[in-house]
Structure formats: C-alpha cells, structure tokens
Design a protein. Sequence first.
Length: 172
Amino acid sequence: MENHYKWVTAAEYLGCHSIRVNASGRGSREDVQAASVDGLRQLAQFARDYGISVIVENHGGYSSDGLWLAQVLASVDLPNCGSLPDFGNFGDYDRYLGVRQLMPYARGISAKSFEFDADGNEINTDFVRMLQIIRDAGYRGHIGIEFEGEGDEDLGVLATKKLLQQAERLLV
C-alpha cells in the first residue's frame, strides 16, 4: 500500500483529482475484503492531505463482483475513496447490476468497448441502458473511453464516443 504514496504525490504535482487502484489479493473473499478495506482506508487517509481521491476499478478477481466491491467501499467510508465502474470488467457478473451497485461510490466511469455490430452498437453492452443507470444514480462527472477490441484503437475510441453521444441524445 505504501508503494502507492508516490502516485498520490505525483497526482498532486500533476494537478490530478485521483489515482486509480485495484482491490485484489490472494485468499478467501472475506480475507481479501478485509485487507482491501484496510489498505484503501490507509491510502485514502494519506491521499486526503494531498486533495487526491482513490478510485477503485472493478478489475478482475473479487472486484468484478459489484456487491463485493461496493461493500469494500462502504466499509472504507471515506469521501475521497470511491469507484470507477468499468463496463467491460465484470466477467460473468451482470454488468448492469454491477454498475448500479458501484454508482453510489462513482468518481468516474469507464465506457469500455470491444466490438461493434453493423449499426455501430457495442455487441456486449447496451450503452443506452448503461447511461440510464448512470443518469438515474445522479452521476454528472466524466466518462472515460476504453477500446480493447481488434483493429484500429483510434477508430474504436471514436466509435465508442459516437455511441455514447447517441445514447445520451436518446435519454434527453
């Protein structure tokens, strides 16, 4: 955990509002959860003095379970420790449920895409449904874009941006 202190000070120097971390480890769900709560609390307490938030992405392992990660963040219970829900990192867990569970703690969103159909829709995620969940939670912050599919990354990012803009227009 202390290895992350340098990232907090670097984030402050660069004028960032947060650092992104993972909640992972070896052991039972309960053991990793307890260790994650402890580590995140210590890191967020350190980061608070720098005006930096610590945001946790669902990024494999137990953290891809939205309820598990939401429970971790609820237990940390610090205003500068939150989530970065990633559309594409839930594995077999219901991505819509996972985003809904993480939205009370969201300090950012990652709109991840992999592949598009002929109409430009992402084949794994209903972006209109995701944006409705995000809007219903009252979130009005940044939504980052990640493209992890085959082909040109720039085109994938632009296609994802277009899809987000289309979804937003449908919800107006």
